[in-house]
Design a protein around this ligand. Structure first.
Ligand code: MN
Length: 305
């Protein structure tokens, strides 16, 4: 573990969100985290207004970045140091947070500029609604891409608690104009189940894929060559990712997830990513660390293929 001492005070570890707002993923030396030279750009988006069960997603970007500073930057699987391709962390985006539509527009405006520079943007939520801003921004630069969503929940409700922009409606908004593939599903309501039947959607349910591998090729073959990837961390099993807003038992394991992401990176061009719904608490260290590590593994796969 690197430099853990820097994060302790006399009484032990401070709550994660008390750490400074400005942090860099991996605490990477300047030479490899300079904006101009970085191929990957991390954008913290601590947006949270419609979460319904456990609150705290707004603290997630800082918790992930703080955890990442204790992560080894050498990847043992690939015998490679992914940070050398350049990973820059931007300041938190906080514009338009008083309404979902304004946040979506502010985020789209911000990331459009980054995508136009050819950066791979990884947004750290915040709640799942930020995917809508990321996709809107990407659409202004790229016409032909499909969307892969890893999530325990279908998020296919037409509206929830009076808004069409709830985190529970994200996939429904996306499916109106995009080709989407959903993986890891194990929680939905009757109306969503009816919608899936009516539209004849092919979803990859956790019960059919956990502990198996045959599904991976089929899921990947349903995507176009270029993709946007949305990772709701609750797709993982709560045994490795307990600190999420809406945990569900029976999710994917660590190594099968890595295998899938590795395969995906070999077959498709990933244009943008979001990692959402982490809900850190002072005891959540393993969840924040797993989120940071997942992001870093993804960067490793994306940049070695
Ligand atoms: Mn979810």
């Amino acid at each position: 573990m690197r430099r853990i001492g820097a994060f302790r005070n006399a009484r032990g570890v401070k709550p994660l969100w008390k750490y400074p707002r400005r942090g860099y993923l991996g605490d990477i030396e300047r030479k490899f985290s300079d904006f101009e030279k970085s191929r990957v750009v991390i954008l913290p988006v601590p947006y949270e207004t419609t979460t319904t069960y456990r609150k705290g997603a707004k603290n997630a970007p800082r918790a992930i970045i703080t955890a990442s500073r204790n992560m080894e930057l050498y990847d043992e699987e690939l015998d490679y140091e992914p940070y050398k391709i350049g990973i820059h962390t931007l300041r938190e985006l906080k514009e338009g947070f008083n309404s979902p539509q304004k946040m979506i527009k502010a985020l789209a405006d911000k990331v459009q500029g980054l995508f136009s520079l050819g950066k791979l943007v990884i947004a750290l939520g915040g709640e799942h609604t930020i995917t809508l801003g990321m996709v809107e921004g990407l659409k202004r630069e790229e016409k032909d891409f499909s969307i892969l969503i890893l999530d325990a929940h279908t998020d296919l409700r037409n509206s929830y608690e009076g808004t069409k922009y709830s985190h529970a409606c994200v996939a429904r908004r996306l499916i109106e104009e995009n080709r989407i593939v959903q993986v890891g599903i194990r929680s939905l309501c009757r109306k969503e189940a009816d919608f899936i039947k009516e539209k004849n959607l092919r979803l990859f349910y956790a019960k059919d894929i956990v502990g198996r591998e045959e599904w991976m090729k089929e899921a990947i073959s349903r995507l176009s060559d270029k993709i946007y990837l949305s990772i709701d961390l609750d797709f993982l099993d709560p045994s490795i990712m307990p600190a999420v807003g809406t945990p569900e038992p029976g999710g994917l394991g660590w190594y099968e997830t890595l295998k899938f992401l590795c395969l995906l990176s070999q077959k498709k061009k990933i244009l943008g990513i979001d990692v959402v719904e982490l809900c850190p608490t002072p005891l959540d260290i393993p969840s924040s660390f797993a989120a940071a590590k997942l992001i870093y593994k993804l960067i490793a796969y994306l940049t070695t293929t």
